[in-house]
Design a protein around this ligand. Structure first.
Ligand code: UDP
Length: 384
């Protein structure tokens, strides 16, 4: 039996867990397998990040049926269920709120203790599949790493036991601290025309959330916001789904908006660090901007990261509003006072998480009961 299975599957997982994976790799007290669910699979949504951040490559990689969310989740569950049948672990570690974390159902079926990194974040917006996923995995979990005290409180309010929640700080701070010097080298990865564009002031944009791009009114509001930025260039590394939706719509972006395929982390962070501001619906980018001191427009009706508003690092743009006050929002973001404090922790979250995982593995103490008390043979499927 190995100590841990670490299961990840999308671009921001590699980034956020990069230090956790390296710390685990460089210690000898416990062993682990790194499993890649296969949710993201292309070079510039996956491999680039392993290379740029020196992340150990996965021990196991699965292929998913990517037709839709249900097939992604069901094939993740099946792949992990079969894997857990052949490989025994003391605990299965998941991160975040994606289709991949629903693979925790397979760990639950095998009665493998579940660990959730990024636990107890809540947007209280039940339209979002992410909100449902994180609620499910938190309630399946035996150990939860919550980034902030306020997130822990949200978990306690739902009746999750105080004993299983540990507050760690947000590992994205660690990643920025560790790689900060390298971000300037991101310039060299940019194509020539972008290297010219970044010589003058520009705005960076990302948008991929389904509640934004799959709702034509919200998506139209976002395009209108971007088309209203007419005194600067706009750089928009655009996910493939957003590209497809834009292409199939009647919407057009102005010529000062440069659309790219998704780019690597170092070049993205170069662009973020040197931008006038960022307009984004990404969970991670809004944290990164806040930590780097870059103003952001958060293009979301709801957020699970309200502290960016609390410290006045971000302006809200609600794409669901009929009249989203575009010029006021653009004025507000330009007028922002940039001396807010980073609300996301000290930069030792990865170490705190890894130390706790080592301690729990060595004491075999992920559950109140020993894992062996729970184990039973699920190799024969139950029939009626
Ligand atoms: N990112 C990147 N290249 C891009 C766009 C984003 O490296 O073209 C990084 C960004 O710095 C952040 C993460 O990817 O760390 C955000 O991913 P995404 O917005 O897809 O996910 P979310 O955080 O919303 O789950």
């Amino acid at each position: 039996m190995k100590d841990l299975a670490i299961i990840l599957g999308i671009r921001p997982d590699v980034i956020r867990a990069s230090k956790i994976l390296k710390l685990l790799k460089n210690q000898k007290e416990i062993d682990f397998d790194f499993l890649w669910s296969g949710q993201h699979y292309s070079e510039n949504m996956k491999d680039t990040f392993f290379k740029q951040l020196n992340v150990p490559i996965p021990d196991f990689e699965f292929t998913l049926d990517t037709q839709n969310d249900s097939t992604i989740v069901s094939s993740t569950i099946t792949n992990l269920y079969n894997h857990f049948g052949n490989h025994k672990y003391k605990a299965a570690v998941f991160l975040g709120d994606t289709n991949t974390v629903m693979g925790s159902i397979a760990a639950a079926q095998h009665n493998i203790p579940i660990v959730h990194i990024e636990g107890c974040m809540r947007s209280y917006d039940w339209r979002m599949p992410e909100e449902k996923y994180r609620t499910v995995i938190d309630h399946l979990s035996d150990r939860i790493y919550a980034y902030l005290d306020s997130y822990k409180k949200q978990g306690l309010n739902e009746g999750i036991s105080e004993k299983i929640i540990k507050v760690t700080g947000n590992p994205i701070v660690d990643i920025i601290n560790e790689n900060f010097e390298k971000f300037e080298s991101g310039f060299t990865y940019l194509e020539k025309d972008l290297q010219d564009i970044v010589k003058s002031k520009y705005v960076l944009v990302t948008s991929h959330r389904r509640e934004n791009i799959l709702n034509i009114d919200s998506f139209t509001n976002i395009v209108n916001l971007l088309n209203s930025i007419n005194d600067k260039n706009v750089i928009f590394p655009m996910g493939y789904k957003t590209q497809e939706i834009l292409k199939n719509s009647k919407l057009k972006l102005n010529s000062n908006i440069k659309v790219l395929d998704p780019i690597g982390y170092l070049e993205f962070m170069y662009l973020l660090k040197n931008s006038a501001f960022v307009a984004t619906d990404s969970g991670t980018v809004v944290e990164e901007a806040c930590i780097l001191g870059i103003p952001s427009i958060q293009m979301r009706y709801s957020t699970e990261r309200p502290e960016v508003y609390d410290v006045k690092a971000s302006v809200k743009f609600d794409p669901t509003e009929d009249n989203p006050h575009i010029s006021k929002i653009l004025g507000d973001v330009e007028a922002m006072n940039k001396n807010w404090d980073n609300p996301f922790g000290r930069g030792d979250a990865s170490e705190t998480i890894v130390n706790d995982l080592i301690e729990l593995s060595k004491s075999n103490n992920f559950k109140k009961h020993k894992p062996s008390d729970y184990a039973f043979d699920v190799s024969n499927s139950f029939k009626e």
